[in-house]
Design a protein around this ligand. Structure first.
Ligand code: KIV
Length: 307
């Protein structure tokens, strides 16, 4: 395969050359052109395929999977190996969107060297095209950029800091903290971050950061002025078994849909209404006849009864 024969500057999907792959530079271009960026989380092949096929620009294998897929109380327990497993499944499904892997708690909180080594695993072993890290970890962002790994920063309400924050609380609500988050955002951009997620901060603060940065911002609970928006897939379709957060919008009620389908199936099984004859395999008629012949020679009385 040649690396130099892609038509134009946009790279094609290796799986389908007719699809133009979303890249970090493509997202920057969207910001320049004022085109909103759509992003969603996904954790498995089926969902990631649906999300990608609808034209969502960025798919995040979020560590929120600890809560919505694994049923944990927060995101802290999910491991690098678990995140790799889900990132691989998503990567297999996605042809167009940028696939971003969330680095889990503990995988980049020690040395920069360890953080880079863990990020390399997401690229090499799972096919991630960028990694996301929480907090103003400027040295790590610089090192990842030097290692050719695109980085997405994440500031504001960073769920991996739940114990330090004392809960999931809206951040940047004082003059000092607003100045701090603005400085952190600028520092992450200067260190090489390609995109910045802003979570759980006042709309006015997100708007100022978005205006000051050249890299795109993607908001979740950060108001409409961000360059793009992201939601947790399970929140969006009512599969998270949690009260709806103020910032989340439910676009579908998959819980009701799935529940009704499962109830219907259970009833059908209990009433022997599933499977039907059409849903059953049948012996070829020649084999059936032969078997009936055998049966009639072995059990003539049974055959008589049938007739
Ligand atoms: O893990 C996640 O789903 C996230 C998004 C909410 C941004 O970090």
């Amino acid at each position: 395969m040649s690396l130099t024969n892609f038509p134009g500057s946009a790279s094609s999907s290796p799986l389908d050359p007719s699809i133009t792959k979303v890249t970090i530079p493509a997202l920057a271009e969207m910001k320049r052109q004022g085109k909103p960026i759509s992003a969603l989380t996904a954790y498995d092949y089926a969902t990631a395929r649906l999300v990608d096929e609808t034209g969502i620009d960025l798919v995040l294998v979020g560590d929120s999977l600890a809560m919505v897929v694994m049923g944990q109380d927060n995101t802290l327990a999910v491991t690098v190996d678990e995140m790799l497993h889900h990132t691989r499944a998503v990567r297999r499904a996605v042809r167009r969107a940028l696939v971003v892997a969330d680095m889990p708690f503990g995988s980049y909180h020690g040395t920069v060297t360890d953080g880079v080594a863990n990020a390399v695993r997401f690229v090499k072993e799972a096919g991630a095209e960028a990694v996301k890290i929480e907090g103003p970890r400027v040295a790590l962002v610089q090192a990842l950029t030097d290692a050719e790994i695109p980085v997405i920063g994440h500031l504001g309400l960073t769920p991996q800091s739940v114990n330090r924050m004392g809960g999931y609380r809206v951040q940047a609500r004082t003059v000092d903290s607003v100045q701090q988050i603005k400085a952190d955002a600028k520092a992450l951009e200067e260190a090489g971050a390609g995109v910045l997620v802003l979570e759980g901060i006042p709309r006015e603060v997100a708007a100022e950061i978005t205006a000051e940065l050249t890299i795109p911002t993607i908001g979740i609970g950060a108001g409409p002025e961000c360059d793009g928006q992201i939601l947790v897939f399970h929140d969006m379709v009512n599969l998270s078994f949690a009260p709806k957060a103020k910032f989340a919008r439910r676009y579908a009620d998959a819980a009701s849909l799935f529940r009704a389908a499962v109830e219907h199936y259970r009833e059908d099984v209990e009433h022997r209404a599933f499977p039907s004859d059409e849903e059953s395999y049948h012996l070829p008629s020649a084999v059936k006849k032969e078997m009936q012949g055998e049966t009639s020679s072995v059990h003539p009385i049974k055959q008589l009864r049938k007739a």
